[in-house]
Each structure stands twice: as structure tokens, then as C-alpha cells.
Design a protein around this ligand. Structure first.
Ligand code: MOS
Length: 760
């Protein structure tokens, strides 16, 4: 990633390798299937989301969206809206406060914004759906009504909205998330041309939109020269720095709270609505709530962009690769930096004598595309893993056997050693569980009445990330309770639960005695919940804080303690205190240490060490996705009848929440495979299905029982041996489904989603 890259890439080779900190907690909390600590609050309706925070004198905002993709506002008629009942403000580019552009995520170290365009600062229009007016009124209904009375006339200009027409102008971006946009090893085109077995095809994936249950929402109030922001966000501290920049405030005068988030998936960062609501609140002098409608989420916050990918494989008769080519084009805008890194899986998965991996972008006038669960890897594995299946077919090899022959000894692109890679073990276990040996390799051979039955498999992969810059604090009380704090995020993944567990183990306390605080910039600096990085980032910071705490406790214990003379490395934490590793009776509880020191509490804070492990090793998670489909031979309808996900993701901290993450990712992958499709009118640049009635995501009847298993082999180079698991579940699913559809029908669909019309 860009920021990480520039900060650490050079430093890493100078730093000696260091074994990870031993786990000093003696009682296992890690690995227990603990139920969610925030579950009761959620099911009883007590968890307060950003749209539910009460404020005195709260007013409500609604937004009008541009109807053209490029041009200018010629005139904007607001009188009628201003006269409507309850209206306090109609804000347009003519009267909005002057504000600089928000800093862009991944480009600017302070940036959470999905776009670097200034918000509502002039008459220019950059995409169909850009906010052009905001109405603030006493009630939501009044705001919604009044905004419908705003009339806009446009001077439209020709817009770049037709990907097919513009793709000839595609160009390589400067980099792709800090990585080179092109990797060439040998002459892959020549090797392909000379290879005895060749696969060379184009795969297409459409735009997708995030469909988190919770809409985007901000409740914001100006107080004493600063702002208090209740936001639904994956990045409280970056939201703070972004809003501080836009409103010219010191960061300490901006507090962002986000204790509960109803799903993020990558686009709960800063978009125009937080800027507009905060500006409107400043103008009307009252707290403002802005809840985007579902349509607003589609129009004003970014989704996943479309891609057109070429995968070409040149194989020898034994299946080994003479050439691996993965190239292609993604749509992007000129005001964001999210090129959809679909070639990344091919950089790390397979041994090949030559490689050409190249990404290009074509700039379009559309809402800035953004990160969406496994950006790049989700759609990249669709193309690559479909092609691998095609190659297996061409070689008359079992697709798992083919993967075995292509397993690399080192990372193919970087040459780095793998930190932990047990992909073939995941295949072995998954195949066992699924009953892969019973599969009929001949397409269209298994028939049950009107239903053709097929099975497919594909590799899942996603990088290990740990973000720099996180700190945690631990407070121990005289009663023997601990409060562990870091401004991180619980968006439904299980963070609050899992981090209470890991901290409890580390401290040697029962989990009931540990509270994990998060979701508030008043807490020690958190890193974003993105890139499946959060668990490792938090654990590393808590471990660092605990190291400081142990030293502090030894000091407090003094010479009268059984701990006198012992060093941290002699100790383990258990039974609510610190004890000698080899002489279990020698030790003292926290309660006793604090009591003798006459202290009501001890608080220690520390920053996590820099994530050097990422630069020294090729660190990735892997998995094998097994799918069975039934395809109706009359209607073409595809039903997924069985699914097994077998994962290799380091140590699993909590099997219950982990299974839910894997399963959720797979379900989202079924949406990617079979239904999700943002319909974009290439003439007008208008999204045509901005609602959950017309943008289809899997519902219960689309989802079979999904079996998930994992290797649970710790990564020796990550904190606690863990890998983040938020995104890997969606990867490989598109190809597993497509490969199963091929096995069922003999039809190879290279164009997502696999809708029934493509099978008729
Ligand atoms: Mo994820 S797309 O990094 O929330």
C-alpha cells in the first residue's frame, strides 16, 4: 500500500529479523468460540448507531443529486424549497462555506476521502449523482419534500461514460496501491506463443455497489469551536484528520465516534455527505443528521469498478507454466486512486517461467470507485482461477492436481520467502470435506431431472496486512479489571469480542474482567478497519502496551514481592497476576500489587512496532473454495446447492466469529458470481438500479448451508500467528461458481454475473 510502502520499504532490509514476542498469557482464551460481547446490546436494540444519537435541537438534511455526468449548473432555483415548511437552509455551491478539497485516502496520510474533488464549491459537475443541493429542515420528511422542489438547469458537456469506447485510451497508472502497475519476468508473450497448450481469454466483471445494512449517516454538532461527529466509519482517526483539514480545525477539536457500524465492506470512509452535513451544521448553528437514502449511497459513495481482464496461460504437457499473463483495464476517475488491483493474485500464486502482469485504467466520469471487500483479489481471482480451470480441462488434469504442480517455492513476483503458506493443505482438507473425489470430470454428465449438477473449485487468496501507527492503552484497576483501549472499529466482524479475548489471554484474566474500548478518537490512535488488517494491528499494539505494563507492575511490586528480581521474560500472566514460568507458586496478583502500592489503577500506553514483517516475507492468506451448483436445463437458473470453504489464514482467534466472517465473504462472493451488477447507462452515466429492489444481493434462499474449515496453522511472523480474515472469504468464489457451472453445463461463462440468459 502506498503509505506503508514509502515509509518502510527502504528501512526493512536494515532491520534484523526478530522472533515474535512469546505469548505470556498462560490461560487460553484465543481459540475459544466466545459469543459476541456486543450481541445482547444489538439484539435488544440498545446499541446506538450514528443515526440514533440524540441531540437537542437536531435538524435533518436531504440531498439533491446531479442528473448529468459532466458540465455545469446553469442555474439553480431554490426559492420554492426555502419557502417549504420547516426549512432552515438550502445549500448549493452559491452559498456553501468555502472549503478546501478533502485529502484522498491512500494518497494523503491524513486522507479518508474517496475523492479529492472539492465538495460543492463551484458550478462544475463531475459525475451523474454528484450532490448539487442540500436542504436542512426541522424533520426528515420536511427536508425530503423540500429537496424535491429544488430545480436545476444544466449546461451538459460530453462525458466520458462509455468504457467500451474509451478503453483504447487506457494507460498504466503510476502505481497500483504502491506496487508497480507492470511486472514482467522474461518474454511471456513469446513463451505463450511457443507453448504446446494455451489458454487465452477475456473476462469481464461489472460495477458493484456496497449494500451494507446500515446506510451512510453522520450526526454532527459544532461545540466550543470544534465538532463532535457520530459517523458510521471504518476509520475514525482518518475521518477526524480529513474533517479537520476541510474545516480548518486542529485535530484535537474534532471528535469522531463510531462504536457500532452496520457493515462497511470498504466504502465507509469520508464522502461528500460528511462534508456537506458538517458545513450545513455550521451554517444553521444546530446539530445536523444526514442519512443517505439507499439511492444516495449508490449515487454519492463509490462502489467496485468494472474490469476487463485477459488471462493467458502457456503450459507444457506436464502442466507447468511457461507463461502466465494477466493484464487488463479497470475504470477509474481522475479524482481518486483505486485501480482495482486484479493482477495481485497472479503475482503470488503460481510458479511460471515467464510472467506479464499489467494493469491499466481508463478515466471515466462516474462516482469515484473505491475499495469493496477484497478489491482486486475478488474479481482478479474470478479471471485467474477460471483460466486455471480451463487449463486443467485442456490438459485433462484434475484442477487440484494442477495447482499442486504449480506451487511455487518462493513468491513468484517478489522472490520473498513465504511466511506461512499451506494452500495445498487447505485443498486437501477441503477436498476431503467436500467429497471432491466423487466429482465427475466430464461436463454435463450429472443430471437430476431438469437439473444439471456440477462441481468446481478455485483458489482464494488475500494479503496479510498490518497498518502502522496504532497505539493501545491498558488500564488495570485495584479490583483486578482491565480496560483495553484503541480507536478501532466493530462493524460486525467480532472485533470487540476477539480483542477482549486476546487481551484477556495476554493479561491472564478471565475475559469477563476485560473490556475492550474502541470507536472513538478520544482513545489511543487506531488504524483503519480495512485491508483485513485490523486484528493484527490491534493485537500488536496491545502486546506493546502490555510489555510496558508488565515492567511498570514489576516496579510497583518492589522488593517485598515474590516477583522481586524477576524479569518480564521469566513471567507468565495467569490467575489475575504475574507468576514465574517455572515456579508456579512464585508470583503476585494485580490486585495485590496495586493494593500494596496504594494505587487505584495503573495505565500504560504504547505504539505497535512498525509492520516490518510485511516487507520481509511474502505474507498472504489462502483458501480453497468448493462449490456445487444445480443449473436448470430449461430456464438456465443457477442454484448453489453446496459450498465448502477451506482456509489457510494463520491462527484462528475465535472459531465462532471467524466462521461468520468466512461465511459472510462467501455469501458476498455468491452475489458477485450470480447477481450483483450496478447497471450504468453508458450514454448518461446514470446508475439505473440504485435500490435493493433492483440491485440484487443474495438472500436466504440463495444461500445453501456453507461449510467452513481452516488449517489453523499460526504464521510465525505475525502477532499471535494471526491473519486478518475479513476479505479472503469472497475471493475465489466467483471462479468456483463459474467452474461448477461449466462442469454442470459445458458452458464457460467469462462475464459476471452468471445470469440465466447467459446459459440459454
Ligand atoms: Mo476492506 S475493502 O479494506 O473494507
Amino acid at each position: 500500500m502506498t503509505i506503508m510502502d514509502s515509509l518502510f520499504k527502504k528501512a526493512v532490509r536494515l532491520i534484523p529479523d526478530k522472533a515474535p514476542d512469546p505469548l505470556i498469557g498462560a490461560e487460553r482464551q484465543v481459540g475459544r468460540s466466545l459469543s459476541r460481547v456486543d450481541g445482547p446490546l444489538k439484539v435488544t436494540g440498545q446499541a446506538r448507531f450514528a443515526a440514533e444519537v440524540p441531540f437537542k435541537n437536531l435538524v435533518y438534511a436531504a440531498t439533491k443529486y446531479s442528473a448529468i455526468a459532466r458540465g455545469r449548473i446553469a442555474s439553480i432555483e431554490t426559492e420554492e424549497a426555502k419557502q417549504a415548511p420547516g426549512v432552515l437552509l438550502v445549500m448549493t455551491h452559491e452559498n456553501a462555506p468555502r472549503m478546501p478539497a478533502p485529502p484522498l485516502m491512500m494518497k494523503d496520510p491524513k486522507g479518508a476521502s474517496g475523492s479529492s474533488l472539492p465538495v460543492m464549491q463551484d458550478a462544475s459537475i463531475h459525475w451523474n449523482g454528484e450532490p448539487v443541493a442540500v436542504v436542512v429542515a426541522e424533520t426528515q420528511e420536511q427536508a425530503d419534500h423540500a429537496v424535491s422542489l429544488v430545480r436545476v438547469k444544466y449546461d451538459a458537456q460530453p462525458a466520458r461514460t462509455d468504457f467500451d469506447r474509451l478503453k483504447s485510451e487506457a494507460h498504466e497508472p503510476e502505481n497500483v496501491l504502491g506496487e508497480p502497475s507492470r511486472i514482467a519476468i522474461g518474454d511471456a508473450e513469446a513463451a505463450l506463443a511457443a507453448a504446446p497448450v494455451r489458454i487465452d481469454n477475456i473476462y469481464r466483471t461489472p460495477r458493484h455497489n456496497h449494500a451494507a445494512m446500515e446506510l451512510h449517516v453522520i450526526t454532527v454538532a459544532w461545540q466550543e469551536g470544534g465538532i463532535i461527529v457520530h459517523d458510521t466509519t471504518q476509520m475514525v482517526h482518518l475521518t477526524r484528520s480529513t474533517l479537520a483539514e476541510v474545516f480548518g480545525l486542529p485535530e484535537e477539536h474534532v471528535r469522531v465516534l463510531s462504536p457500532f457500524v452496520g457493515g462497511g465492506f470498504g466504502n465507509k470512509g469520508v464522502w461528500s455527505h460528511q462534508v456537506l452535513a458538517t458545513a450545513a451544521s455550521q451554517v444553521v448553528g444546530r446539530p445536523v443528521r444526514m442519512v443517505l437514502s439507499r439511492e444516495g449511497v449508490f449515487r454519492a459513495t463509490g462502489g467496485r469498478t468494472l474490469t476487463e481482464q485477459r488471462v493467458a496461460l502457456g503450459a507444457k504437457a506436464d502442466g507447468t507454466l511457461a507463461a502466465l499473463i494477466h493484464t487488463g483495464i479497470a475504470g477509474m476517475t481522475d479524482h481518486n486512486d483505486c485501480p482495482e488491483q486484479f493482477t495481485f493474485p497472479a503475482r503470488h500464486l503460481y510458479a511460471a517461467e515467464s510472467m506479464l502482469l499489467r494493469q491499466e485504467i481508463v478515466e471515466l466520469d462516474m462516482v469515484a470507485n473505491t475499495f469493496m471487500r477484497a478489491p482486486g483479489e475478488s474479481v482478479g481471482t474470478f479471471a485467474l482461477e477460471s483460466a486455471m480451470d480451463e487449463l486443467a480441462e485442456a490438459l485433462s488434469l484434475d484442477p487440484i492436481e494442477l495447482r499442486g504442480r504449480l506451487e511455487p517455492a518462493k513468491d513468484p513476483a517478489s522472490g520473498l520467502t513465504f511466511s506461512a503458506r499451506h494452500l495445498l493443505e487447505a485443498y486437501r482438507r477441503g477436498a476431503d470435506r467436500f467429497g471432491w473425489d466423487k466429482r465427475n470430470r466430464v461436463p454435463r454428465a450429472a443430471i437430476d431431472g431438469d437439473w444439471l449438477i456440477g462441481q468446481g473449485v478455485a483458489t482464494a487468496t488475500y494479503p496479510y496486512f498490518r497498518m502502522p501507527g496504532g497505539s493501545a492503552s491498558i488500564k488495570l484497576t485495584a479490583e483486578g479489571d482491565a480496560v483495553v483501549s484503541m480507536a478501532s472499529h466493530e462493524m460486525g466482524m467480532g472485533t470487540a469480542t476477539v480483542q477482549a479475548q486476546t487481551a484477556a489471554e495476554r493479561l491472564g484474566l478471565p475475559v469477563e474482567r476485560v473490556t475492550f474500548e474502541y470507536g472513538d478518537t478520544a482513545l489511543p490512535h487506531g488504524t483503519l478497519a480495512g485491508g483485513s488488517s485490523q486484528s493484527a494491528s490491534i493485537v500488536a499494539a496491545v502486546m506493546a502496551a502490555n510489555d510496558v505494563l508488565v515492567k511498570e507492575l514489576l516496579k510497583l511490586a518492589g522488593n517485598d514481592s515474590p516477583l522481586a528480581g524477576l524479569k518480564p521474560r521469566d513471567l507468565e500472566a495467569r490467575d489475575g497476576g504475574l507468576f514465574h514460568r517455572e515456579h508456579p507458586a512464585r508470583g503476585e496478583t494485580y490486585v495485590s500489587i496495586l493494593k500494596r502500592a496504594n494505587r487505584s489503577e495503573v495505565v500504560c500506553e504504547a505504539a505497535a512496532p512498525q509492520p516490518m514483517e510485511m516487507l520481509k516475507y511474502s505474507m498472504h492468506s489462502y483458501g480453497a473454495q468448493f462449490c456445487e451448483v444445480r443449473v436448470n436445463r430449461i430456464t438456465g437458473e443457477v442454484r448453489v446447492s453446496r459450498f465448502v470453504g477451506s482456509f489457510d489464514t494463520g491462527r484462528i482467534l475465535n472459531p465462532k466469529t471467524a466462521a461468520s466472517q468466512f461465511r459472510g465473504g462467501i455469501i458476498m462472493g455468491l452475489g458477485l458470481a450470480l447477481m450483483e451488477h450496478t447497471l450504468f447507462d453508458s450514454r448518461s452515466g446514470r446508475i439505473m438500479n440504485p435500490s435493493l429492489a433492483e440491485y440484487h444481493v443474495p438472500v436466504h434462499l440463495d444461500v445453501p448451508a456453507i461449510d467452513v474449515i481452516w488449517n489453523d496453522i499460526p504464521d510465525p511472523h505475525s502477532p499471535l500467528g494471526l491473519h486478518g480474515i475479513g476479505e479472503i472469504g469472497i475471493t475465489g468464489v466467483g471462479a468456483a461458481v463459474a467452474n461448477a457451472v461449466y462442469n454442470a453445463t459445458g458452458r464457460r461463462i467469462r462475464d459476471l454475473p452468471i445470469t440465466l440468459d447467459k446459459l440459454l
